[in-house]
Design a protein around this ligand. Structure first.
Ligand code: SAH
Length: 200
């Protein structure tokens, strides 16, 4: 998976590639599809939600320039897979999931796997997690029509926010937002298809 789907498409950071090798993707997937865990597509994780394609997880992780001294926020815990990958390459990960069952299952899964630097909560990620802000890294894995302002506000100076943005049902653009001297800059990276960003 890592060689053909990820390195060959241009993800070069050794930290990210090592994390993708280390995190056992099959353990984040319902048993019925486990034999497909390392294939090049998203898979259903129940409740109408999906675990992202491995390449997209690696690509987004590399784009936010992870490091062990950085603190990350993820919106859309889902299976917990992206959170686990972030946990391998950053210092601490805060992650929020809106579907209560998924929030509970992924928190349990990450704990059982020993990821003690991941803090999970159930809620609407639109508001971010102000108690732990600012974040050096914010990764959003569901697509809103506009970037939630609280997430921009909670991005640290020098921080990086990656988020798919687009109208419901349409193809979305993956945007990278950086903050320098209090000003944000937005760059379009590629087209993607994520599940819609919901509100409580
Ligand atoms: N990062 C996940 C991908 C999950 S798909 C993984 O690695 O498996 C996106 C997830 O975002 C879904 O589980 C969905 O329920 C959740 N979501 C959608 N809107 C949300 C919101 N406003 N706040 C938090 N989670 C949200």
């Amino acid at each position: 998976m890592v060689e053909t789907q990820i390195r060959n498409r241009g993800v070069t950071s050794s930290g990210v590639l090592d994390a993708m090798k280390k995190v056992p993707r099959h353990l984040f997937i319902p048993e019925a599809y486990r034999d497909e865990a390392y294939n090049d597509y998203p898979l259903s994780i129940g409740y109408g939600q999906t675990i992202s394609q491995p390449f997209i997880v690696a690509y987004m992780t590399e784009a936010v320039r992870p490091a062990k001294n950085k603190k990350a926020l993820e919106i859309g815990t889902g299976s917990g897979y992206q959170a686990a990958v972030l946990a391998e390459v950053t210092g601490k990960v805060y992650t929020i999931e809106i579907v209560p069952e998924l929030a509970r299952e992924s928190a349990e899964r990450l704990e059982n796997m020993g990821y003690d630097n991941v803090i999970c909560k159930h809620g609407d990620g639109y508001q971010g997690w102000p108690e732990h802000a600012p974040f050096d890294i914010i990764v959003v894995t569901a697509a809103p029509e506009k970037i939630p302002q609280p997430l921009i506000d909670q991005l640290a100076e020098g921080g990086r926010l990656i988020i798919p943005v687009g109208a419901a049902g349409a193809v979305q653009e993956l945007l990278l937002v950086t903050k320098r001297n209090g000003k944000t800059d937005e760059r379009r990276l590629t087209f993607v298809r994520f599940v819609p960003f919901r509100r409580l």
